[in-house]
Design a protein around this ligand. Structure first.
Ligand code: ADP
Length: 176
């Protein structure tokens, strides 16, 4: 049986590019060719190796659909791998946004499990430029991760990395 879920979830405030984990997750866009926000920060800090691998993935499979996830190495980052997932753009909530956001967490966790990774760190996917309401996004993220951990022993640890005070408060509430 997997260990108790609550012992396996950590909350951290700060810059995800500084986090030491087997994988950090990038809130990418479907082109995989870089963007602003956390995506820009990861490519800046990680260096050109990440983009080069993203280009190879694009050449192979033509980008990444919303809710899907792909993995690259992490260049100069302290993490070993970057899992790039594409969150949904918020469009009022009736265009499958909650399922698509849950798929981001689920497919990232599945990739980590398949590769035998112990630790994975998530940013607050879709809550920046993509405009997903933060409280609703936090609820989806925590529920999806909890359900997955209850069924799987890998990854052992999930770190939610929040970048702003509002998300910190929301995740503290969700995890309480
Ligand atoms: P999206 O397009 O999926 O909304 P953004 O990068 O715009 O992606 O924002 C996603 C979340 O990542 C936001 O909550 C934003 O505050 C946060 N964020 C931005 N930069 C960083 C960083 N360096 N480390 C962790 N989180 C970050």
């Amino acid at each position: 049986m997997p260990a108790a879920t609550s012992d396996r979830i950590q909350l951290l405030k700060g810059d995800i590019t500084n986090v030491t984990a087997d994988a950090i997750v990038n809130a990418a866009n479907s082109s995989l060719l870089g963007g602003g926000g956390v995506d820009g920060a990861i490519h800046r800090a990680g260096g050109p190796a990440i983009l080069q691998e993203c280009r190879q993935i694009v050449a192979r499979q033509g980008g990444c659909a919303t809710g899907e996830a792909v993995m690259t190495t992490a260049g100069n980052l302290p993490a070993r791998f970057v899992i790039h997932t594409v969150g949904p753009v918020w469009n009022g909530g009736h265009r499958g946004e909650p399922e698509l956001l849950a798929n981001c967490y689920l497919n990232s966790l599945r990739l980590a499990r398949e590769r035998g990774l112990n630790t994975i760190a998530f940013p607050n996917i879709s809550t920046g430029v993509y405009g997903y309401p933060k409280a609703q996004a936090a609820a989806v993220a925590v529920k999806t991760v909890r359900d997955f951990l209850a069924q799987n022993s890998l990854p052992q640890q999930v770190i939610f990395v929040v970048f702003d005070e509002e998300n910190l408060r929301l995740y503290e509430q969700e995890l309480a």
